[in-house]
Design a protein around this ligand. Structure first.
Ligand SMILES: [Zn+2]
Ligand SMILES: [Zn+2]
Length: 311
């Protein structure tokens, strides 16, 4: 029986253990991927710490996987051996439940998460359901492609589905794993791109990545600064800090949106007394003109493109 190296979490809260395992065999409807690169995402902590319900251990984390198909199971017709593919957070769906029958695979009631529901990409090989795969173009190296499978998809789809158009002011809050990609996408999508971060440390990087404006949120009133720019059509919150996210709300333009793609367990304190004119719309608990959308956590929708769901 051939073996491979894998890094697994043996029990909730356990360390990363480098182990030898049997190379897995794809079952019906699955493919085996020879992993070339796997990104490290903060959400891997759910698998490491056991904070997602239902994870069985030992479990191999990793949901930013880039590689090529090494073997296909029965009834796999859309994918071929040797094809370059990736797997992200969305690790499969059932095609049977109501959301699936609506074509909304993102919210499948029986969804699978790569690296949590089954073993992920911290290994030389992994097996994935065929519906979880995306193809990777030749122009991208595996290491370039891997982070796009979660951090990239999350920010790209948030921005392209935000309703913002070229020329609109779009602010990216936080310049980390998500934010450094979001700034590049925002610039390339033609937005007037504003980077928001505490301190001056990230300014040079933010401007190199394509930010037209940098706002140091530690020293200025960020809402006032955004308002001075005409108000943000979209603020993409990528750092899990509820206070910082709440602070930007008054910097939104009328009908602007705050998109939250970084989870925080803190509650979001937003004033119900808006500073800008009130329109008779109400979204979520907000009575302001602003619209606040929340990221659906498993927001990859292969085949239809990923989209964000207002909650
Ligand atoms: Zn992730
Ligand atoms: Zn389903």
């Amino acid at each position: 029986m051939p073996f491979m190296k894998a890094v697994q979490i043996s029990s909730p809260g356990g360390d990363f253990d480098l182990v030898e395992r049997e190379i897995p065999e794809p079952e019906e409807g699955q493919v085996r991927i020879k992993v070339e690169a796997c990104g490290v995402c903060h959400s891997d902590a759910y698998t490491k710490e056991g904070t997602l319900p239902g994870i069985k251990y030992p479990r191999v984390p990793g949901h930013e996987v880039a590689g090529f198909i090494d073997k296909v199971g029965e009834r796999v017709t859309a994918w071929k051996i040797g094809q370059r593919v990736g797997v992200g957070w969305h690790g499969g769906h059932c095609f049977q439940c109501e959301p699936c029958r609506r074509g909304d695979f993102t919210t499948c009631k029986n969804r699978k998460i790569a690296g949590a529901s089954y073993d992920g990409g911290y290994a030389e090989y992994m097996v994935a359901p065929q519906e979880a795969l995306v193809s990777i173009p030749e122009e991208l190296t595996a290491t370039e492609a891997a982070p796009l499978l979660c951090a990239g998809i999350t920010t790209f789809n948030a921005l392209r589905n935000s309703g913002a158009r070229a020329g609109d002011v779009v602010a990216v809050q936080g310049i980390g794993g998500l934010g450094h990609l979001a700034i590049q996408f925002a610039n390339k999508l033609g937005f007037k791109t504003v980077a928001l971060s505490r301190g001056k440390d990230k300014e040079v990087l933010a401007r190199q990545l394509g930010a037209h404006v940098y706002i140091d949120t530690a020293t200025v009133n960020v809402a006032e600064e955004l308002t001075r720019l005409g108000g943000a059509r979209v603020v993409l919150g990528t750092a899990p800090n509820a206070k910082v996210m709440a602070d930007v709300v008054d910097g939104l333009a009328i009908d602007g949106k705050l998109l939250l793609v970084a989870g925080s367990s803190e509650s979001l304190g937003v004033s119900s007394m808006p500073r800008s004119p009130i329109r008779d719309t109400c979204h979520l608990s907000s009575t302001t003109t602003k619209r606040i959308f929340s990221r659906n956590v498993s927001n990859v929708n292969p085949g239809l493109g990923q989209r964000f769901v207002p909650q």
